[in-house]
Ligand binder design. Structure first.
Ligand code: SAH
Length: 326
């Protein structure tokens, strides 16, 4: 069962279709059992049918509910999970295909941000502003559906994170990305979040991206140059470096905010060391099962860790292991 559940995670569109199908089946099974009930109440000859059909209906409903729960459980471990059923209600979370805005024809960055607000992913005005300023289309591969709420392959066995994950991390770090602050983006990939950080901390601050694939560093610099963050790159408050991000980037430490865009088996010590007292690190931790952890360094240097949500990221690993695909 676990294998089936995990299988879904790699197949978001298929899962979405299944969800819609399951929801549809769920609602039609309700309709059909109601229909049988009223028909049966008209005829004594068919007196046995209500119990049979309601049993059948019940079994069908139970099966479909089980399917929905199973798919949801699989979804909750993926980076693509886009709904908080607690906030939205399971029915809404499972049957609203717009939520994923896949194939929805969304052609504008502003519409993508609007949807993230509408579905309660973004509540912060600052995050709205920065995501409106940095156009995601400049960071995804040519021809990709830039505004779909899903991760996308960018080569080298990695992905650009889904918009809702970018939004979630920006929001978790918002108070640590004020003008003049220092931010580190480990596993900066396309450079999208590094660009957002640069805009938020402004020209007096520092936004540093560290990425271990040199080709991704080059293309991320090209992406940033086309974006509204270009001036920060030019003037030096934004920089991207080829390095092993597990070691952080001591040159501009300590950091108010550290974001890690790949899952670490455990929190790397150098990242904790390079965090400023009062600073925050957001990092996915785990292997098969991962949690997005929020690590706060208190003013006395002690650490508080909490889990925000279950996620699915590519591993924070060595370049060789990544290119080998393990
Ligand atoms: N947040 C980025 C990329 C996410 S994918 C975006 O949305 O565009 C994770 C990135 O981490 C990949 O680009 C991968 O190459 C990088 N990565 C993995 N292990 C790393 C390591 N040890 N050091 C630096 N970068 C690493």
């Amino acid at each position: 069962m676990l294998i089936v559940a995990y299988g879904f995670r790699y197949c978001a569109p298929f899962r979405r279709n299944l969800l819609n199908y399951a929801t549809l089946l769920h609602s039609t099974s309700h309709l059909s059992s109601r229909f049988h009930y009223s028909r049966d109440s008209l005829s004594r000859m068919e007196h046995h049918r209500p119990s049979f059909s309601s049993h059948l209906g019940l079994a069908k409903t139970a099966f479909v509910l089980y399917l929905v729960i199973l798919i949801h459980a699989a979804g909750s471990t993926t980076e693509e999970i886009t709904c908080d059923p607690g906030k939205l209600g399971v029915a809404k979370a499972t049957c609203d295909p717009d939520r994923y805005f896949s194939g929805s024809g969304i052609k504008k960055n502003s519409a993508m941000v609007g949807n993230l607000q509408r579905f309660g992913v973004i509540s912060s005005q600052k995050v709205v502003e920065v995501m409106q300023t940095i156009d995601r289309a400049l960071f995804v591969p040519n021809g990709a559906s830039a505004y779909d709420d899903s991760p996308m392959g960018i080569g080298y066995n990695v992905t650009i994170s889904a918009p809702h994950m970018h939004a979630t991390c920006l929001q978790l770090l918002e108070e640590h990305l004020k003008p003049g602050m220092h931010a580190l983006d480990v596993g900066s990939g396309t450079g999208y979040l590094t660009a957002c950080f640069a805009v938020m901390v402004g020209p007096q601050g520092r936004a540093v991206g560290v990425e271990h694939i040199p080709e991704l560093v080059s293309s991320s610099i090209e992406n940033i140059q086309k974006s509204e963050a270009a001036s920060y790159l030019k003037e030096g408050s934004l920089s991207v470096h080829v390095a092993d991000g597990r070691l952080g980037w001591p040159e501009h430490a300590p950091y108010d905010a550290i974001h890690v865009g790949a899952a670490a088996p455990e929190i790397p010590g150098p990242l904790i060391e390079q965090l400023k007292p009062g600073g925050r690190l957001v990092i996915p931790v785990g292997n098969l099962f991962q949690e997005l952890q929020v690590v706060d360094k208190n003013m006395d240097g002690s650490i508080t860790v909490r889990s925000e949500t279950s996620v699915r990221y590519v591993p924070l690993t060595s370049r060789e292991a990544q290119l080998r695909g393990n």
